[in-house]
Design a binder for this molecule. Structure first.
Ligand code: ASP
Ligand code: MG
Length: 456
């Protein structure tokens, strides 16, 4: 058995679903369980229409609902057997009637609870999964639909519910695994329910998580996440083109990279699979022939020291200096408390005896933060900075990497350096204007020769 997950853009239209069907059909002898997101931007549209209802604009909400229904009808009806057209009508009728009741309820109380948000947003995957199951029949597969809410059991934290793994795995084993022996099982991602059967969701983008949970639950041999990129690359294509595809990467390396826009998936979402030693593949549904990136717990040794160079623009450095820090304790706590109060994540930190430099990415509360900090220290702010980060398991324990990095930078001024915490990344901060030159130099230094086992 394998799990194949397709995101919203992979099922956004009749043509996209046809591509999915072809990809799945080519792998049908591996007993695929298919997990799909809502079609295109459906989740956003559902939440927007619920928002309209909550503002008392019920007729605008109903208009938007009509359009959403028409969109589903148009795309789905093009890829259905004649005998299933009626099933589609019924499907749309039931779901949109249910949705209109929710809209009416929201409009009446002029607000919507987290429980209602889940009920509304779950409609996207409830519809897409049934439509894809019907379409698979049209494309000649024996497809069986499973309502994820019957098998993925969660706690009651609506809009970001946590799975109850034991129960969920039990149900997956009892229902999905046997069904997958003779059918292509299709399930909606993202949606789940409490022990009492109340609809919950796993949080935005939660379909990857569903795929990983299902894979772990049924003991799949592999989990495939089908996206619209070829996989993870040796450098960010938006900064420097010509990066190479990374064929295998460790979970820890993928997690380090995820922070930097190289985010083809959120690492936390693949943890259930990695825990069970199930490989997670990232593949491109527009170019299924590309081998993609395989994320595993312990990949084979790589001859290259670095696996990828990631970077992030729009970084702000906050430099905090105070003689009171000398020999004092509790000073760092006071600094971080300020960032905590303004809900601003701190990314990189370096300290000397009397200064702390740190970077933030979200500068929304920068003025308030510096104002608070100035009561206890001198504060300097530098904007338009970039973090560059070399990632690779081998950075740990290979002498001379720092030397090679600084040499490759060819005189670019480095403002902060951090290495050691995870040992598989070496990060530094430079001016944004130097970014392209820096990434290009590093890429040449570390990837002119490549281990053919690891890079395509
Ligand atoms: N449809 C959900 C969302 O848009 C889940 C997903 O696509 O993964 O967040
Ligand atoms: Mg998505």
């Amino acid at each position: 058995m394998i799990v194949m997950k397709f995101g919203g853009s992979s099922v956004e239209s009749a043509a996209a679903i046809e591509r999915v069907a072809r990809i799945v059909k080519a792998r049908v002898e591996r007993n695929p369980v298919v997990v799909v997101s809502a079609m295109g931007k459906t989740t956003n549209r559902l939440l927007a229409l619920a928002g309209l209802a909550a503002e008392g604009k019920q007729s605008a909400a109903l208009d938007e609902m009509e359009q959403l229904q028409a969109f589903h009808r148009k795309e789905a009806s093009a890829i259905l057997l004649a005998e299933d057209q009626e099933n589609l009508d019924q499907l749309l009728e039931t779901h949109f009637t249910e949705l209109s009741h929710m809209v009416a309820e929201i409009a009446e109380v002029e607000s919507f609870s987290p429980q209602m948000i889940d009920a509304v947003s779950a409609m996207g995957e409830r519809l897409s999964s049934q439509i894809v199951a019907l379409a698979f029949r049209y494309f000649g597969m024996a497809a069986a639909h499973v309502d994820s809410r019957q098998v993925i059991v969660t706690d009651t934290r609506h809009t970001h519910a946590a799975p109850l793994f034991h129960r969920t795995y039990e149900r997956l084993q009892a229902t999905v695994a046997p069904l997958a022996e003779k059918n292509v099982v299709v399930m909606g991602g993202f949606i789940s329910s409490t022990v009492n059967g109340v609809t919950t969701t796993l949080g935005r983008g939660g379909s990857d998580y569903t795929a990983s949970i299902v894979g772990a639950g049924i003991g799949a041999e592999e989990i495939q996440i089908w996206t619209d990129v070829d996989g993870m690359l040796t450098c960010d294509p938006r900064i420097v083109p010509g990066g190479h595809l990374i064929k295998t990467i460790s979970f820890a390396e993928a997690a380090e990279l995820a922070y930097f826009g190289a985010k083809v998936l959120h690492p936390a979402t693949v943890l259930p699979a990695i825990d069970k030693n199930i490989p997670v593949l990232v593949l491109n549904s527009r170019r299924p022939e590309v081998s993609g990136t395989r994320i595993i717990k312990d990949p084979p040794h790589c001859r290259n020291a670095v696996k990828s160079i990631a970077c992030k623009k729009n970084v702000t450095i906050v430099k905090i200096q105070s003689l009171r820090m000398l020999g004092a304790h509790g000073f760092l706590r006071r600094i971080f408390e300020v960032f905590d109060r303004f809900q601003t994540p701190v990314d990189m930190v370096t300290t000397s005896e009397v200064t702390v430099s740190l970077t933030i990415d979200n500068a929304r509360h920068l003025n308030e933060i510096s104002g608070e900090l100035r009561r206890i220290a001198e504060v300097e702010v530098e904007t338009n900075r970039a973090i560059v980060c070399a990632v690779g398991d081998n950075i740990r324990g290979t002498p001379g990497i720092g030397g090679r990095i600084f040499h490759a930078l060819g005189g670019i001024n480095v403002l902060m350096v951090s290495q050691g915490s995870s040992q598989l990344n070496f990060s530094f901060v430079i001016a944004e204007d130097d970014l392209v030159r820096a990434v290009d130099g590093l890429h040449q230094e570390f990837f002119s020769e490549r281990d053919p086992e690891v890079f395509a």
